[in-house]
Structure formats: C-alpha cells, structure tokens
Design a protein around this ligand. Structure first.
Ligand SMILES: Nc1nc2c(c(=O)[nH]1)N[C@H]1C(S)=C(S)[C@@H](COP(=O)(O)OP(=O)(O)OC[C@H]3O[C@@H](n4cnc5c(=O)[nH]c(N)nc54)[C@H](O)[C@@H]3O)O[C@H]1N2
Ligand SMILES: Nc1nc2c(c(=O)[nH]1)N[C@H]1C(S)=C(S)[C@@H](COP(=O)(O)OP(=O)(O)OC[C@H]3O[C@@H](n4cnc5c(=O)[nH]c(N)nc54)[C@H](O)[C@@H]3O)O[C@H]1N2
Ligand SMILES: [Mo]
Length: 762
C-alpha cells in the first residue's frame, strides 16, 4: 500500500494531511497553483500561449464550466480550475500503441483514476476484443467499418444507445443526434440525466422553459442572491467575480449548504494583485448550514413567511401565474417543529432569512447539484420557483432563476437535440430541417440504459466523450452489465475506467479537444457552444493537435453516419468540409437559430430566445407560470443511519482527477475519505484516520464498500461527505429522483461499521 497509481489501495494514509479549511478563495495561492499545474503539464511557453487564448474572441471556450464570460471578452478572466482543465487537455499524446503494449487492460484496470488521467492524451484509434489482453492500434477506416457493420447487424436500432458528455460542441451534438435518430432510435442518454435533469423538469413544468432566466448583468442589480447546494469557489470559480461585483453594488448573499465552502466566505480576485489591491471581499452575508435534504422544508417555511408578510407581487401573481391559492392553503398546516428538525436550522435564523427576502425587490437564486441529486430534486426546485413567483422575481432586471450548469456545453447539447425524451414539436422541426421521418418513441436515459444493458436489451453503447462507468451509480454492478455488451465505443481525449471494462469488442476513437486546431477541407474551423445563460458563441481551437491521428468529433460522426445510413437525405461527409454547412442545417431544424452563421460571428455571439426573461411570458399549456404543491420529503433516519453526499474536490473535473489535494477544505493526499461531524465520531468512538466500512441501504438492498478513512469535518450531525467518483459504488442504481430519474448522489443512506485504527491496519 502506498502506491498512488493503484486504484485499490484506500488505506494509504502516509500522504494524507489535514489542516483547517481555507478562509479566502482564489488570490495568490490560486494563481500559483494553476501556474505550477499548467507548467508541469505543458511547459512555460505553451502555458502562457494557451492560457491567453481562454475565452477570447479569437480563442477557445474554457472547457472548465458553463459560467458565462463577461461581455468584454478582451479582459482575461483568470480561473484556477479553468487553467487546470486547459492544461490537462494540452498534455502530450503518450497513450499510444507502445503504451498499450506495455500495460495489459487488466493492469490498467488496477490503476487509480488519477494515474490513468496523468498518462497523457490518447494518440491513435485502439481496438480490443474480449479475449485480448492488450489494446492494439487499428486504422480509422477499419475502426469505423467495424462500428458501422455492428450497427447494421443489430436486430433493431433500439438495441443501441448513444451517450453524450457535455463538452461536445453544438455542431458535433447536432450531427450526432441527427445520425442517431435517422438510424432509428431516441436512445440518447447523456450526462445531464445525472446532473441538471431535475432543474429542466422543474422549470419546464412551472415556467415553460428548461433553462435559467437571467443574464450575467442581472447580478449587478440584485438585492439578494441565494447560492443553494453549489460550491462555486471550486466548480464555477468565475462566478465569484460576478458575486464580488454584485456585492460592490449592494447585494446580500445567502449561502445554503451543509458545508461552509471556502469560495463563499472571502474572495480575492487574482487580477486585483496586478492593481496592487490586496484586500479581499467578504462574500456571503449569511451561511445556512442546512442538513442534507432539508431545503424543501426551508423553502416552504420561507414562502409561508413571505406570504404572511403580505409583501407579494400581487399583480404578477394574478396576471402571470396560476395555483397560488392552492399553494397558500397547502402551507397553512406547515409544522415548525418538522421544519427545524428537517433543516437543522432554528426558527429565528429562518425568520431572519425570510426578512431579507421580504425586503428585497430583486432576488436571484443559483443552484447546482445540492438540489438536483435528491429524490425530491424536481420538487425542491419547484419550491424555489414558488418563492420567485410570490415576489415576481422572474423576467425583471436583477431577478431570476439561475441553475448553474456543469459541463461547458451541456446546455447547448440539449438545445440541439441530445435528449432521450424529445417533444413532438422538436421532432416536427427536425423532420422539416432534415427532410426525413424520425422516431418519436422516447428512448433510455442513463439509469434506464444501464438497466437495459443489464437485462440484455441493449447490445451496443457508443459514448461521445465522458466516462460512463465512473460517472454512473453502483460502479461494480454497472461494470458487470457493460461486460455483456457486444460492442462499446468511446470517443475520448483521455484514458479512463470506461475503456477498461471489456465488452465483446471495445473501440477507442481519439478526438481533438476544444483547445486544438480543427482543419477540414475548407480550412480552419470553429465550433459553437451555449453557456449557462443561453448565449451562443464561437470557440476556436488554437493549439497544434496532440497527435496527427486525432480527428474532430463532427468528422467522426459524419464518417460513421455516411457508412451506416443506407439511404440518407443528408450528405454527412460534405457537411464537415465546412462547419458553416452544419450550422445552416441547425438553423433550418432548431427554433431560435435563424441566421446562425451570421449572428454567431458577432462579437459576443447571440442570446437564444427566453420568453420568461424577455417578456414575462410562459410557454406552458395555458400560458401561466404555475405554483407547485409538493409534500415534504421523508428525511428521517434510523438511529444508526447516516446520509452521505458525494461531492467534488478542488482538484478534479468530474471523474478526471487532476491531483489528490482538496486545498480549500484542507484535505490533502488521499481521496478515499469520509468527512464526519466530530460529535458523531465521539458517539461512535471513531478516531481521526480510523478506517471504516460503509454500507448503503436502499429498499432492502445493501451495498458494502470497504476501507474508508474517517476525518473530522464541520458538517451537520448524521451527515457525511465522500468524493465522487470513489463513492459511486455506494449509489444504488434504483435510488433516483422522482420524474427526472437522476441518481440521488447527494442522498445515500448508509451505516458505518468495522472501525479499525489506522495503525492496526498497517
Ligand atoms: N473544477 C471543476 N469544475 C466543475 C466540475 C468539476 O468536477 N471540477 N464539474 C462540473 C459539473 S458537470 C457540474 S454539474 C458542476 C457541479 O457543481 P456543484 O454542484 O457545485 O458540485 P458538487 O461538488 O456536486 O457540490 C454540490 C454542493 O452541494 C452541497 N450539498 C450537498 N447536498 C446538499 C443539500 O441537500 N442541500 C444543500 N443546500 N446543499 C447540498 C455540497 O456541500 C456541495 O457544496 O460543476 C462543474 N464545474
Ligand atoms: N456520485 C456522483 N456521481 C456523479 C455526480 C456526483 O456529483 N456524484 N455528478 C454527475 C454529473 S453532474 C455529471 S455531469 C456526470 C459526468 O459524467 P461524464 O461527463 O460522463 O464524465 P467526465 O468525467 O466529465 O468525463 C471525462 C472524460 O471525458 C473525455 N473528454 C474530455 N474532453 C473531451 C472532449 O472534448 N471530447 C470527447 N469526446 N471526450 C472528452 C475524457 O476522455 C475524460 O476521461 O457525472 C455524474 N455522476
Ligand atoms: Mo454535471
């Protein structure tokens, strides 16, 4: 034990160091951290050149997150984790035929996610059949030929599923879903199913659009900003700039989170050092250390007090909404004892927050995975929407709903058709644009795709990016299922665990990343993406590709479509000669993209239509925004039970592990840890660094995961936290959110046993 390359050595505590959580986010340590990280991976010259191109008009969109850029894209917004994402992509292409000759698939499967990622970019297409111990190189034409032969041989197109991760450009995503639907299925599961699906469902059902309703500029006019179940200091660092500016303009920030999360305590903008300004800004005015899963009770209580204050936007309620009376009546029986038990927050504190909201003319609510990945993910977001409807905080300057998206183009992917459950009107438009008839029966989302793989209904899985095995629930079960597939194909930039779980045949297709030059027949290409606030803009790769064998995602899809679809109304190959042709087809097929090629070339791109934001109008069945009445979720626990949330460290991008240090939380050198309240540790007689086994429980099913190191952390009692993806083996596949079917990655009921002191283990 002690080899950080191994994925299976949890008890290596020699490198685990603990210190108190940081108080100020960003600042000089962030600049140093990103510079060291980048220079180690790229060298000094490439670091400077590369980082200067992030989010510039002539540069590439940061692959880090979906937070929008400021309008003036000439200023260089420095973000530590964006720099890490860029540096990670700019690594040398060492994962080639030689590499795979050296390491067998079984050996690689024993390595940690951190080690796998740090080997570099994948250099060439690779192939392995089930009996092969090693991957071997294969030519592009042979690889694509095998995939297309397999697709043609399946009994039905519905025996295939096509996963997408959210870094894919609009152009690639549009071609992909067009190909998949023309092939004959809507089996288009995507990372969104595990991410903001609950937000989409909650917003469509209440305000008629599955997106947020604010512009970046609104932050400057907000009286109060709520940041709920989100850790922006780590996952959306550029949001801290918007929060700082909002504060300068008088906003109050309320942070609702079981953890304090450094980014929201104090923020020091790295660029201020250049201006010799050494002060930092205190960001959140109020931190509500809510118990995991307590948000529904909190928002019902807040809404009840807002209603009782009488300070409502009555005109908005009566002209723009429906269901107010029913909602008001439903709150009459709200039980304060239950609210205090569920939230862990006193009535006085909640009243204080309500007062701030009642006194605010403009409120913005931001949220992320702390709300979406719960059984009541949709309902709790509807509760936040209820609050906005009461105060008319939608469609006016400084107010609105702001689901903060994860992957940099996950929102764009959905807009251009990556969705297993498309609406009829979406398919109508697509049929007009593509001049074909398309399937309408809804396909599999991620969880249902895994179940269908398990039951043998799916024989083929194609992944456009992502890491299907590590990102999904119940890792061992999902891996065992995937081994039964006839073929697994991965279009990837970096090596990950999904490449190492062997179906009958495995193919890795290495593609260009966002940062790299993409040259097609007509010359240099750019692609387009949509940020979290619905602005579509260009992204131009500028770096030389890591390997000459890499192909662009649109090219790969176009070749495969041409080889697979016998009679196609569309000449896919000619579309990729110049991506303008793809955009022309998008303009014909998707609402809101008229004049795409012209408008996206404007300096800041263009904003997609958003009725609630633009006109306080709601594209619901009756034209009204609707209040929602939902029961409180049961968040009670048995006396020996804990609830676990799985969260990101400061040194990872989802399943890509950049390093082993969670700098802001003061936890370094080991990721297989459980953060626990010190009082709970005392009660269970667990000491710091004791090693425990964790068992998750769901509807009678138990999953055991061994050897986790316990560390004390400031977290509500009976709540624990562990890192994603290490803890995914504990997330039960059947435990999903109502309506959105999102795995409940923030609500895993578990028991903790078998504590041994670390010394005994060693
Ligand atoms: N550097 C970096 N950037 C990223 C990513 C990354 O991995 N690394 N991932 C990207 C992606 S795909 C996404 S979706 C986003 C994710 O961004 P976040 O949603 O910020 O990511 P998580 O780490 O899942 O954090 C969720 C937060 O919710 C809190 N929380 C958990 N349960 C509850 C609850 O019941 N109630 C409340 N109020 N809070 C709760 C946790 O304490 C934590 O602070 O970030 C994106 N950006
Ligand atoms: N327990 C638990 N599980 C979770 C979550 C959680 O909070 N807790 N979060 C969920 C969320 S919010 C999300 S979004 C999913 C993420 O799920 P995914 O999107 O599937 O996972 P990633 O780790 O982002 O994917 C990383 C891989 O993408 C590939 N890649 C990177 N860039 C590119 C590119 O430009 N093109 C292509 N083709 N490939 C590329 C690389 O090979 C890399 O190894 O995980 C979900 N799973
Ligand atoms: Mo995400």
């Amino acid at each position: 034990m002690g080899d950080e390359s191994s994925g299976l050595t949890p008890v290596d505590q020699s490198k685990l160091t603990l210190s108190s959580a940081k108080v100020t986010a960003a600042g000089i340590p962030a600049v140093i951290s990103s510079a060291v990280h980048s220079m180690k991976k790229m060298g000094v010259g490439k670091t400077v050149k590369t980082l200067r191109m992030v989010n510039q008009k002539e540069g590439f969109d940061c692959p880090g997150c979906a937070w929008p850029d400021p309008e003036h894209r000439s200023s260089f917004e420095f973000c530590e984790n964006g720099a890490k994402a860029v540096a990670d992509e700019a690594m040398k292409a060492n994962v080639n035929a030689e590499f795979f000759a050296k390491y067998s698939i079984a050996e690689l499967a024993g390595k940690s996610d951190y080690w796998l990622n740090s080997q570099g970019r994948i250099a060439e297409p690779m192939y392995a059949s089930k009996k092969d111990s090693h991957y071997q190189s294969i030519s592009w034409s042979d690889a694509l030929g095998k995939i297309s032969d397999k697709l043609k041989s399946l009994k039905s197109p519905d025996n295939a599923a096509f996963y997408t991760s959210g870094r894919t450009s609009n152009e690639a995503a549009f071609l992909y879903q067009a190909f998949v639907r023309m092939y004959g299925t809507n089996n288009l599961p995507d990372c969104s199913n595990m991410c903001h699906e609950s937000s989409g469902k909650a917003l469509i059902s209440t305000i008629g659009i599955g997106k947020g309703t604010i512009n970046l500029d609104d932050f400057n006019y907000a009286d109060t900003i709520l940041v709920i179940g989100q850790n922006p200091g780590t996952n959306h660092p550029r949001m801290l700039t918007a929060l700082r500016d909002a504060k300068d303009n008088g906003a109050r920030i309320i942070h609702i989170n079981p953890l304090t999360e450094t980014g929201l305590i104090r923020f020091k903008h790295p660029q201020d050092y250049m201006k010799l300004n050494f002060s930092s800004t205190k960001l959140s005015d109020v931190h509500i250390p809510i118990k995991i899963g307590g948000d529904a009770a909190l928002f019902k209580a807040l809404n009840k007090m807002i209603i009782e204050s009488g300070n409502l936007d009555e005109e908005f309620i009566s002209h723009k909404t429906k269901g107010y009376e029913e909602y008001r009546a439903s709150l009459e029986s709200l039980d304060w004892d239950r609210v205090v038990t569920d939230t862990g927050i006193s009535q006085t504190t909640i009243e204080g927050v309500a007062k701030l909201l009642i006194d605010s003319k403009t409120v913005i609510s931001c949220w992320a995975m702390g709300l979406t990945q719960h059984k009541n993910g949709v309902a709790v977001i509807q509760e936040v929407v209820n609050m906005h409807l009461l105060g008319g905080h939608i469609g006016k300057q400084g107010a609105g709903l702001c689901p903060v998206r994860g992957h940099s183009n996950v929102q764009g992917n959905r807009t251009v058709g990556i969705w297993e459950a498309p609406t009829d009107s979406f398919i109508d438009n697509l049929e007009t644009g593509l001049e074909v008839t398309l399937p309408r029966q809804h396909g599999y989302d991620v969880v249902n795709a895994i179940k269908a793989i398990e039951s043998g209904e799916l024989d083929f899985l194609f992944c456009l990016g992502g890491n299907f095995i590590s990102a999904t629930p119940q890792t061992m079960r999902t891996s065992a299922a995937v081994e039964n597939l006839e073929m697994g194909v991965h279009v990837s930039t970096k090596l990950n665990r999904s490449h190492l779980v062997q179906s009958d045949e495995m193919i890795i297709l290495p593609c260009l990343g966002r940062t790299e030059l993409d040259i097609q027949q007509s010359g240099k290409q750019f692609v387009t993406v949509e940020n979290s606030m619905g602005v579509v803009h260009t992204s131009r790769g500028t770096l030389n590709p890591a390997s000459s064998a890499l192909k662009s995602e649109p090219w790969i899809i176009a070749q495969l479509a041409s080889m697979t679809l016998d009679k196609s109304t569309i000449d896919f190959r000619s579309l990729v000669e110049n991506y303008d042709a793809i955009r022309t087809l998008i303009a014909k097929s998707i609402a809101g993209f008229e004049d795409y090629n012209t408008r996206v070339r404007q300096e800041n791109g263009f904003k997609l239509p958003n009725l609630p934001k633009d006109a306080q109008e709601f594209d619901t069945s009756d034209g009204f925004a609707s209040f929602s009445v939902n029961d409180l979720p049961d968040v009670s626990l048995q006396s020996d039970e804990f609830v676990m949330m799985t969260i990101r460290s400061h040194d990872q991008y989802n399943t890509t592990i950049y390093g082993l240090d969670d700098r802001y939380r003061g936890i370094k050198g080991n990721r297989r840890i459980i953060m626990m309240n010190p009082d709970d540790m005392l009660e269970l007689e667990i000491k710091t660094r004791d090693v425990v086994d964790v068992t998750s429980h769901f509807n009678g099913t138990m999953i055991l995961s061994k050897q986790w190191t316990v560390i004390p952390y400031k977290i509500p009692k009976r709540n624990v936290a562990a890192y994603f993806p290490e803890a995914n083996e504990l997330v039960p596949l059947e435990s999903t959110a109502d309506t959105s079917n999102t795995p409940t990655s923030k609500w895993i009921i578990c028991t903790i046993s078998g504590q041994n002191s670390a010394a005994e283990e060693e």
